[in-house]
Design a protein around this ligand. Sequence first.
Ligand code: M7G
Length: 309
Amino acid sequence: VPEVDTLRKFVFERLLNEDTRMKLVNILGKIDGKPAIIIAEKTAFDTSPEFLQAFAQPANLSQLSVIENNDIYYWYHASQTSGELPQHAEVKLTLIYPATDAHIRKYSVQNVRMVTETPEIYREHVKPYIELKTAYGRLNWVYNILEKKAEAESIIFEDNDPVNGFILSPDLKWDRKTMSSLYAMAIVHRRDIKSIRDLKKTDAPWLREMQKKIIQGLRTKYPEVDEDQLRVYVHYQPSYYHFHIHVVSISHDGGGGQVAGKAILLQNIISQLETMAVDGLDQVEFAYSLGEESELWQNVFLKLKNKIE
Ligand code: M7G
């Protein structure tokens, strides 16, 4: 077929671009001496039950290696050379077992809503919800990291101060090898800050210092990344209510975890703390987005909306 022959003549020159989230590369080369570009993207998964079941069949996954296990979370590298998956397909698998109802909701397709959380709504509805969410072992994986019961070998950097210190670890979202999608997080040792709502004006110097140490610590391990190639942010609302900071390569599109309405740059939080007239972030308004499956939407904001309308 002439079209196929044309493609086969492609001679690689260089990578033009890569998108680690879209799993896409743009490659420049030549065909018969003239410039040519190939845009290669991984195809979507076959969503038939037979195919999806194949992920759990060790026979189909010729190489299955455990990256890490922490509490109910397991993550693996898998590649396969036979079976229903395409030849040499490589996947990163995350297993949550046993999964709670909250996990099932979080990972289900859903509509998203913007909400405004005033200091009053926080105090009356959201704060009590957050207290509930720190119970029942939901933070076991976090304490495992802090107490070095899990992931101890993969720590990138640590500051041992029991109050001001933190542990910087690879995020479970990272495959730990693709530098352009580098994704780490710093978990603080102190347990009294559940979310940014607990931050006070007086925490600003500590946060500034920590941001510096996080970046230095990361660059000691990975000298190839520059300070200005890292996005340092926090989530509101987070999924886990123990204060932690995300550090992600600027070249990685973090999707829903990086949108306005979820991610706030740490530096902007610090500046807000330093310049605001009130004492703490429990006294300001935050706008953010929530999935319609989330408990906060269903039990708080949907009810408030119905009351108003
Ligand atoms: P978040 O802002 O609370 O929630 O961040 P999000 O999942 O809505 O972003 C928690 C972060 O911790 C996420 O980036 C998760 O990928 C990461 N994470 C979650 N668990 C259960 C683990 C774990 O067991 N180990 C590590 N290293 N990271 C985790």
